[in-house]
Design a binder for this molecule. Structure first.
Ligand code: ZN
Ligand code: ZN
Length: 164
């Protein structure tokens, strides 16, 4: 068994539309390579940083992302490689292991479908479109009619009167 610390950089983003490890961003890999009868068993962890946008307030966010990987890379002449559909098994080509598809799949699975800048992100104001987290807590656009306000102060709370 061999332990390898390596990294890879993809020319394509790894993830989904709303959040992904951008193209050109390094993915660190801590891997164990085990020689088995059918090929090489690769397992370990992948670490990188994803970039995206908050699903509620749309600001840019970055997230550490970590994924476990485990895959058998079969020798081209092994029974596994010959009896399984092409796209179900990763074949060692010229003794090289192409880690990118595996790392891409596993990292993508760890990314949230609706990433948030903070767990309780209040989103955007429906009137002015500003980020509520950046605004005063009592932010609102209610225009108080001056005459109505005067009546209200005269009779107390008008909302107690039921409309029929
Ligand atoms: Zn947000
Ligand atoms: Zn507003």
């Amino acid at each position: 068994m061999k332990t390898v610390a390596t990294s890879l950089v993809s020319n394509h983003p790894m993830g989904i539309e709303v959040i992904a490890v951008p193209a050109g961003t390094k993915v660190d890999l801590d891997l164990r390579l085990e020689s088995v009868v059918e090929g090489i068993l690769v397992s370990g962890k992948a670490f990188s940083v994803a970039e995206g946008e908050c699903a509620r307030c749309l600001i840019d966010i970055t997230r550490d992302v970590e994924a476990s990987v485990r895959e058998l890379y079969a020798f081209p002449d092994s029974t596994t490689a010959q009896t399984i559909e092409d796209d179900e098994v990763l074949i060692l080509e010229d003794d090289l292991i192409d880690l990118e598809p595996l790392v891409r799949d596993e990292l993508t699975l760890q990314l949230p479908l609706a990433p948030l800048c903070q767990p309780d992100c209040p989103g955007l104001c429906s009137v002015c479109g500003e980020r509520l987290a950046d605004l005063e807590p009592d932010h609102n656009h209610e225009i108080v009619d001056a005459r109505w306000a005067a009546l209200q102060s005269q009779f107390g709370s008008i909302s107690e009167v039921e409309e029929k």
